[in-house]
Design a protein around this ligand. Structure first.
Ligand code: KIV
Ligand code: ZN
Length: 387
């Protein structure tokens, strides 16, 4: 039987916490629109109480998107929840994502609270957030270094208070695939009202296991995965969306026919846009979206691929939107070629706007050999602010 895995993208919140990755409002809106085209289910657009800029960009993203649920992070305190609700007020579908830490080091050293007080704060936060929306997510920060029975107690309370999603973050990238599997399994078996909530996972990559841990959690029964484009995020980053989605697709046989609603053909464009707007380069050998991901250098491999692609390719470049046959625009491309590409990308520009853009396009083409979709998107955003 097939099982849908909800893709919760946090590129604009946890991803933006990558050192050097901050984005302005227009850039965030451009990425949010591309995430909608990609087909993510939930977009965490920011942390409203963190800064006025964050709050404003959540509000802007909320105004322009139709399909995905827009989420704002909020600590388990009233003023954060109110800021999140305010930022999300125009969203068609909204979620407040509230969290508090549950591990001994966080509870005792960071929060200086008793375990009972943390539990109470979590329950109060969920109840308070429910005044603003029916869709509330609760996260137990540093869950993987917390006492399992205490976690179960707090999740039971959060679900009774109205949380529709409970999230089990591996905040410091500490867990292992087998251990995380066991933890998810424990929670699924021990929390009496767990069937009333979606179980979500959120993994960091400090030991390079964020994707493996997330997939292990899916096998154990988790139904939502939190991830970022290109795996950007705090320190070593978060689980990479493109790797999770393609693993579930290519190995649906192994992952018990789990599927996502991601339009995988939009993966490459999304990856390039995020890289361009954050300034964080994608390493050449990065799985799925790196420059070398589909390159075959060794003669024996090239020979095999020419005879039969599946000898060395487990997925097609076109599956992730790398169209090997597509004409790349360059300095010899004409106005007509540009116009056609803009139409394919879904832009409805006036004749004057295209004329203007063509001038900028030629200037860029003089500096850069090949102009990709995300270069065009960045030009449009720069000139007309209408992505
Ligand atoms: O890593 C983490 O614990 C988080 C939570 C706030 C969800 O990002
Ligand atoms: Zn995180």
């Amino acid at each position: 039987m097939s099982r849908k895995i909800v893709i919760f993208d946090t590129t604009l919140r946890d991803g933006e916490q990558s050192p050097g990755a901050s984005m302005n409002i227009n850039e965030k809106v451009a990425i949010a629109k591309q995430l909608e085209r990609l087909g993510v289910d939930v977009i965490e657009a920011g942390f409203a109480a963190a800064s006025p800029g964050d709050k404003e960009s959540i509000a802007e993203v909320s105004k322009v998107l139709e399909k995905p649920i827009i989420a704002s992070l909020a600590r388990a305190v009233k003023k954060d929840i109110e800021a999140a609700a305010e930022a999300l007020k125009n969203a068609k579908r909204k979620r407040i994502h509230t969290f508090i830490a549950t591990s001994p080091v966080h509870v005792e050293k960071k929060l200086g609270m008793s375990y009972e007080a943390v539990k109470e704060a979590a329950i109060d936060a969920v109840k308070y957030a429910r005044n603003f929306t029916d869709d509330v997510e609760f996260s137990a920060e540093d869950a993987t270094r917390s006492d399992w029975d205490y976690l179960c107690e707090i999740f039971e309370g959060a679900i009774n208070a109205g949380a529709g999603t409970i999230n089990i973050p591996d905040t410091v990238g500490y867990t292992t695939p087998q251990e995380y599997y066991d933890l998810i399994n424990y929670i699924l078996n021990k929390v009496p009202n767990i069937d009333k909530a979606v179980v979500s996972v959120h993994c960091h990559n400090d030991l390079g296991m964020a994707v493996a841990n997330s997939l292990s959690a899916v096998l154990a029964g988790a139904n939502q995965v939190e991830c970022t484009i290109n795996g950007i995020g705090e320190r070593a980053g978060n689980a990479a969306l493109e790797e999770i989605v393609m693993a579930l697709k290519v190995r649906a046989d192994f992952y018990k026919d789990c599927y996502t609603d991601i339009n995988t053909k939009e993966i490459y464009t999304t990856s390039r846009l995020v890289s361009k707007l954050t300034g964080l380069k994608v390493q050449r050998n990065k799985a799925i979206v790196g420059k070398n991901a589909f390159a075959h250098e060794a003669g024996i491999h090239q020979d095999g691929v020419i005879k039969e692609k599946s000898t060395y390719e487990i997925m097609k470049p076109e599956d992730v939107g790398i169209d090997t046959s597509k004409l790349v625009l360059g300095k010899h491309s004409g106005r007509h070629g540009l116009e056609e590409r803009l139409k394919e990308l879904g832009y409805n520009l006036t004749k004057e706007q295209i004329d203007d853009l063509f001038v900028e396009f030629k200037k860029l083409a003089d500096k850069k050999k090949e102009i990709y979709d995300e270069d065009l998107m960045a030009l449009i955003e720069d000139k007309f602010k209408l992505i």
